[in-house]
Design a protein around this ligand. Structure first.
Ligand code: FUB
Ligand code: ZN
Length: 650
């Protein structure tokens, strides 16, 4: 950990990063033109916007159907996404839509600052009565993040004032002081939001409240027991059985592993990292690091997906990676990206950004269709269109395994992926006064102040489809700073030159650092070799034993039936097969695919028997040319089978 926490690098904010073309520009355009309007329509259709039309102190103003307890989080995430999008795509109509909702929010706020569409109308006596399950704090967090993004984009302060009042209300009610309730969020998120609000407003109370939430979690007597008793319930009545579900089983400083509900977990860990960074609390960093090591070494899918289990939407045990029934919620990968980004700011190592990149390009982006209007909630790593592992259960996840859906009963994932896409600029660079870290490679122009001078860096690249990145420096006068370029963990050889001169620098902690006095027009060229890699699973991962995954650069690939025919479980990629990658410009908006010779190995029999003696049949082995596409793009063509892990003979 940096010795001087306060002088750590900070992210270069969105408004400094223009994305004029390339991979992320096209996704941001789709986000602005399709995803954000589609989500708004759903908010409207489902009554989430009308829900704000309430008389704050007397209940319903307009009749509406019953809402569930965390509708407000969807509006909050949508507003956040709108804020990010407006930075690059000004849109007066969209702004007017957001303003109209903000007016409703302002009117819905109770005189003491409380803000929620559910409780004042439907259960006015139960406000704050169940922090463990009822999501008021989670909603508050998302609304605060939405307010900050919208304020930053438009300079309109109304929504920030409304949410600051709500934060003040929460601060008056909860904390360690006498007379306050010693509660904390059942579903973390508010911790991150409060630190953001502190950074935005400079108001220390918000940081103190976030710090309190982190420190109080899991302390005896357990607050969730106290409030349960007040409701006339016992701990044993908790449907999830254990407070591990919400990471409140022991105090934070005693926690050693990622556990429970995956989104709750990573939102919490991200909040802990925020508090550690702002307060310089080294012990909190050490806790974060411990949990990070557990998660990334034992509990992370190759896609950056988290949480194999449906029962708790979360973690089970180390090396447990079911493929067809993987839960791997889109929000969980996104939350991992949030946490990873924060870990870098505590501890400048590329490994965090490697995980962030893995989670963004694979487990997060798979959550949205190429067209931008359909979404996956769960992200299996193998799929069979007629087999629904959840078919015995009704509810939110039933037909969600091979086709993205327009919406869900619990639609946390759609606005989450939308806000991540809209804010990708913010994950691209970090800086100190004299160093800029380049984390992500994509076409963009960043404007910075380094060594007291304005500097622009233009990145040009077709990454992740191409190995080459060019960075051109512009500044009015020579300026000395370190350019720290991430050499991704997946990259086994790279070439670097400055103004045509090869550089022999080696990466330290995942970055090569070029220190010099930069002149306008200096060009840095980086080539990150992206051969096709066969990836083997750890020997303890039983579900993937004997199989390989394919990776090219940061992208994990999969086979789909539409390219490779059915019964993908019988496909074998021989260890000596030559694998090639090439760019196909007419597939989606251009994408690198992997091809090679594979075998379909099956019993050579038409017998209908489920099981036959091996001595009675031969194995037939048919050779064919396979085509693998990026996992995040699967299920955008004809429905069919899909597999990430493919049998191998090596
Ligand atoms: O509970 C709110 C959100 O809905 C969680 O983050 C998701 O996992 C889903 O349960
Ligand atoms: Zn989700």
């Amino acid at each position: 950990m940096s010795t001087q926490v306060k002088s750590s690098p900070h992210p270069v904010t969105l408004d400094h990063v223009k994305i004029p073309s390339g991979f992320w520009e096209s996704r941001q355009r789709t986000n602005a033109e399709t995803t954000i309007p589609a989500i708004h329509s759903k908010l409207e259709e489902t009554g989430r916007i009308d829900a704000w039309k309430l008389d704050p102190d007397q209940g319903v103003r307009e009749k509406r159907s019953v809402v569930h307890m965390f509708w407000d989080s969807d509006t909050g995430k949508w507003l956040e996404s709108v804020g990010y999008s407006l930075c690059s795509n000004p849109d007066p109509d969209l702004e007017a839509q957001a303003d109209a909702i903000i007016d409703l929010m302002e009117q819905a706020q109770q005189s003491d600052g409380y803000l929620n569409t559910y409780f004042p109308v439907l259960e006015p006596d139960m406000k704050w009565a169940n922090l463990r399950d009822w999501h008021e704090m989670y909603n508050a967090g998302h609304l605060i993040e939405g307010a900050i993004a919208y304020y930053r984009a438009t300079g309109k302060k109304k929504v920030l004032d409304v949410l600051a009042r709500f934060a003040d209300h929460i601060d008056e009610k909860f904390g360690s002081e006498d007379g306050k309730r010693h509660g904390y969020p059942g579903h973390p998120e508010l911790e991150m939001a409060l630190v953001k609000l502190y950074r935005e407003t400079g108001e220390e109370r918000y940081l103190n409240l976030a710090t309190y939430f982190v420190n109080e979690r899991g302390q005896e007597p357990l607050y969730f027991d106290i409030e349960a008793a007040e409701r006339g319930e016992r701990r044993e009545d908790f449907w999830a059985q254990s407070y591990r579900y919400c990471q409140a089983h022991v105090p934070i400083r005693e926690q050693t592993e990622a556990t429970g509900h995956a989104v709750r977990a990573c939102y919490l860990y991200a909040g802990i990292a925020d508090v550690a960074l702002e307060t310089g609390d080294k012990e909190l960093f050490e806790v974060s690091r411990r949990i990070w090591e557990d998660l990334t070494q034992h509990q992370m899918y190759i896609t950056g997906g988290l949480g194999p289990a449906h029962s708790n939407e979360g973690f089970t045990f180390g090396y447990d990676f079911p493929n067809e029934s993987a839960y791997s919620e889109t929000c969980a990968s996104i939350s991992l990206a949030f946490w990873a980004h924060r870990m870098f700011h505590l501890d400048q190592r590329g490994e965090y950004i490697d995980v962030m990149e893995r989670a963004i390009y694979n487990g997060s982006l798979s959550g949205i269709s190429y067209e931008g209007n359909e979404f996956f909630y769960v992200n299996p790593l193998a799929s069979y269109p007629n087999v629904d592992p959840q078919s015995k259960w009704s509810g939110i996840n039933t037909n969600n395994y091979y086709r993205r859906q327009e919406w869900f009963y619990c639609p946390c994932c759609p606005p989450n992926i939308s806000r991540l896409i809209g804010s990708i600029g913010e994950y691209t660079y970090s800086q100190t006064d004299d160093r800029v870290y380049v984390h992500l490679y994509h076409n963009n122009i960043v404007s910075l102040e380094l060594g007291g001078q304005a500097v622009q860096i233009e990145q040009k690249t077709a990454y992740p489809w191409d190995e080459n990145v060019a960075l051109t420096i512009q500044s009015d006068a020579p300026v000395t700073f370190d350019l720290a370029l991430r050499i991704p963990g997946w990259c086994r050889s790279f070439e670097l030159e400055v103004n045509g001169q090869a550089q022999s620098l080696q990466p330290e902690n995942g970055y090569v650092v070029i220190s010099r006095s930069w002149q306008a027009g200096d060009i840095v060229r980086l080539k990150l070799a992206m051969p096709v890699e066969r990836v083997l699973p750890h020997r303890e991962i039983r579900q993937d034993a004997g199989q390989i995954a394919l990776q090219c650069g940061p992208i994990i690939y999969c086979l789909e039936e539409v390219d490779n025919g059915p019964r993908l479980a019988n496909v074998v990629i021989p260890s000596d097969a030559q694998l090639e990658s090439h760019f196909e410009s007419d597939l989606f908006d251009g994408v690198t695919v992997i091809t090679g010779q594979a075998l379909r190995v099956e019993p050579d029999t038409e017998r209908p028997d489920l099981y036959v003696f091996q001595s009675e049949v031969k194995l037939k082995s048919e050779s064919f040319t396979f085509r693998a596409i990026p996992y995040f793009l699967w299920a955008n063509r004809e429905p069919g089978e899909m597999r990430v892990w493919i049998r191998s003979d090596g």
